[in-house]
Design a protein around this ligand. Structure first.
Ligand code: ADP
Ligand code: MG
Length: 333
């Protein structure tokens, strides 16, 4: 009798274990210039697969609309018409640009989607990296100003006031794509999933009933190590750091998140992680908070309902919003 009980318990555990592993499905694709991983739980293989394919397809479609690297994309057409005329664009582009303008305004211009001329000048995409001459930084900087971009949601038009201006959505488009992919998954019957477009992550529901998704925050100076981790359900988290794309010259680290006020890589932080209700918001705010640094960055995120942050400052000290105090697991105090 007792023996049978033990056997039963073991079989039950095995079954539970099998079910856990067989209904968690994960796939990775290279999209938007980065690694996109989608995890779906609680569905049979075939249904999960169909949902993931549709979500990847949605990200691929958005990439075509929002990419900086094509003349035919909405963004390519907006940039080509700078200083000349307004351009008719898709509803998605209007949505992203309107949110970009809102965050530019709220962050006092620390986030600025018209950062394009500076991004091109610093050229973090090319192999031969060098620090641009001061005059060129100054010239590019005068073209960067979100106030010179007009977005008309009714007419669905966008206009850049000055010739040479360029919109770059590197600080917000991946987050938007994660939101849309999550929406696509839900439409396909998924209620438990995680979408990670590089460091822009959206959790759909919980991993399992009563079990939140577990997300690690990359340590900004120890590759492969985590600074701490967070539990999230139906929420987004984004990290902006100076360790992803950078070069070091004469002992100075030059990275891809630029301070529009100086035209140079922002120097106040090593990384900024933001939790928010949507990924478009966590993405844009992580870039803004990174540029602003711990004091102003924490102040900014606290002015948004339901938004929290973990900022590692230039000396490696960790700052968290009061709402997250004690909630970042494994964080050395
Ligand atoms: P990542 O792209 O590594 O996820 P971010 O979300 O912080 O990191 O975005 C950085 C990208 O955003 C840069 O590669 C550039 O395209 C763009 N960018 C750089 N500085 C700014 C800024 N101050 N405001 C808005 N976008 C920026
Ligand atoms: Mg960002």
């Amino acid at each position: 009798m007792r023996k049978a009980g033990v056997v039963l318990v073991i079989v039950f555990l095995m079954a539970a274990g099998c079910r856990e592993s067989s209904d968690v499905h994960r796939r990775t694709q290279y999209l938007m210039g980065t690694v996109v991983t989608i995890t779906v739980a609680g569905l049979a293989e075939e249904d999960a697969s169909r949902a993931m394919s549709a979500a990847f397809e949605e990200i691929r479609r958005l990439e075509g609309v929002l990419t900086f690297f094509s003349e035919e994309s909405d963004l390519g057409r907006i940039n080509a018409a700078a200083g000349a005329r307004e351009v008719l664009v898709s509803a998605e582009t209007i949505e992203v640009l309107a949110e970009a303008l809102r965050i530019s305004d709220r962050s006092g211009g620390a986030f600025d989607a018209t950062i394009g001329p500076l991004v091109s000048l610093w050229g973090f995409e090319v192999k031969d990296r060098f620090v641009p001459p001061k005059e060129e930084i100054e010239r590019a900087r005068t073209l960067v100003n979100w106030r010179n971009m007009s977005v008309d949601p009714n007419l669905r038009t966008v206009r850049l006031e000055r010739k040479g201006m360029k919109v770059d959505l590197g600080g917000i488009a991946k987050g938007y794509a994660a939101d849309r992919a999550a929406e696509t998954l839900r439409k396909h019957g998924v209620s438990s999933a995680m979408v990670a477009v590089a460091g822009d992550i959206r959790a759909v529901g919980e991993k399992a009933p009563g079990v939140a998704w577990h997300v690690g925050i990359q340590h900004p100076r120890e590759p492969g190590a985590v600074l701490g981790s967070l539990r999230i359900a139906d929420r987004s988290v984004s990290t902006s750091g100076d360790y992803e794309r950078y070069f070091i010259k004469d002992g100075i680290r030059y990275h891809h998140i630029l301070n529009p006020a100086t035209g140079r890589p922002a120097a106040a932080s090593r990384s900024a992680t933001v939790l928010a209700p949507t990924t478009i918001l966590s993405d844009a705010l992580s870039t803004a908070a990174f540029v602003l640094g711990p004091e102003k960055g924490i102040g900014l995120v606290q002015s948004f309902p339901g938004v929290e942050a973990v900022i590692v400052d230039r000396e490696g000290r960790v700052h968290v919003t009061p709402g997250l105090a004690g909630k970042v697991e494994g964080l050395a105090s």
